[in-house]
Design a protein around this ligand. Sequence first.
Ligand code: FAD
Length: 411
Amino acid sequence: MSGFSMALSEDQLAVRDWLHGFAADVIRPAAAEWDEREETPWPIIQEAAKVGIYSLDFYAQQYFDPSGLSIPIAMEELFWGDAGIGLAIVGTTLAAVAVLANGTEEQVGTWVPQMFGTPDDVKVAAFCSSEPDAGSDVSALRTRAVYDQATDEWVLNGTKTWATNGGIANVHVVVATVDPELGARGQASFVVPPGTKGLSQGQKFKKHGIRASHTAEVVLDAVRVPGHCLLGGKEKLDERLARARERAAAGTAGSSGGRNAAMATFEASRPAVGAQAIGIARAAYEVALDYAKTRVQFGRPIIDNQGVAFALADMRTRIDAARLLVWRASWMAANQQPFTAAEGSMSKLYAGETAKWVTAQAMQLLGGNGFTREYPVERMHRDSAIYTVFEGTSEIQRLVIARTVSGMPIR
Ligand SMILES: Cc1cc2nc3c(=O)[nH]c(=O)nc-3n(C[C@H](O)[C@H](O)[C@H](O)COP(=O)(O)OP(=O)(O)OC[C@H]3O[C@@H](n4cnc5c(N)ncnc54)[C@H](O)[C@@H]3O)c2cc1C
């Protein structure tokens, strides 16, 4: 490698500008409407599919960028447009990443295209890990998967909650336990193909923010899926379970320790989620900056007050710092650098907290207008709040960072 550069390539700049145009022309103007409707914005997803933004090809191209930066750049621009619609457009990728991280090449080829559908018949996908009694503690999953050797099928039973696109998805990826005694090590991920009997949507949640993104319970009642729907295949699972049982017998691993299917998905997606938060923060900062330059009180623009100008300086500084953490983690992941200081978690923690803080500052700088739905910052603030909760809460990110950097079993 010759030298060090932080300049984006021409390709990256072109993708950024293209997505920014789509976010500004299509997503942003529709944001308030879909937030009020609290429904999946199918026409916008379809438009994204028509121009090639909602497609397997698009994400595959971005994922293969060796710098790792194309995904965070794409996320930031789409979520700059609007986070609810942004999540409706990219929610499918969480399920796709689960298949990419845990599945065989054949499984990727079979299921991922069905997650997106076609521009004329768009589909979405859902990743179902969380349960009513297993949120931060992913080792506590109760959804069971039992193998039926006679038919070479897996039978899934349980209730999933908080699933983005749950119940409306064409393909669901479900994390279930095959051996509860092994905790997280006894879990595996399964594809539930379109139209499978026994899978139904439970309650659809009415949310504080990202309201254009559908979030619901998913009930699995004796759902039978063919053996080939186990991600990674049975041989690999049996080997993994045997190793985990040996370790458990030797007392070398706690039942909840170690890498598991859900964690593999989260690790890969944390910096990308951080980039979404940065998109929201940047959007709110830009509105606040414009407002501070034009709003006149005491005969001068409010930005003439150091208190206001310094708030904007801090907002911008934190946004840029968050982006650097996200880009570092993304580069490391793409270049097989191990996260020895939990850099992925660091990036998500800081970006999520930054989005919440920046959007709150923006509301304050807009005064009474910031409190109304006439201006977008109150929506951005509501949307930002999920970024300290999903994909691991801020507390869980701190736990991961603290354990990683200290090597201590911090609880
Ligand atoms: C809008 C939305 C979309 C979502 N999408 C998906 C999805 O697509 N798929 C999916 O599987 N899940 C999804 N989730 C679930 C999300 O990942 C969980 O809500 C999150 O992991 C937190 O779990 P919980 O809500 O059960 O909170 P809990 O785990 O019950 O946490 C409650 C509080 O306790 C704190 N806490 C818990 N344990 C500790 C600890 N050890 N130390 C310190 N503090 C702790 C937490 O930080 C939090 O503040 C979604 C959630 C929402 C709200």
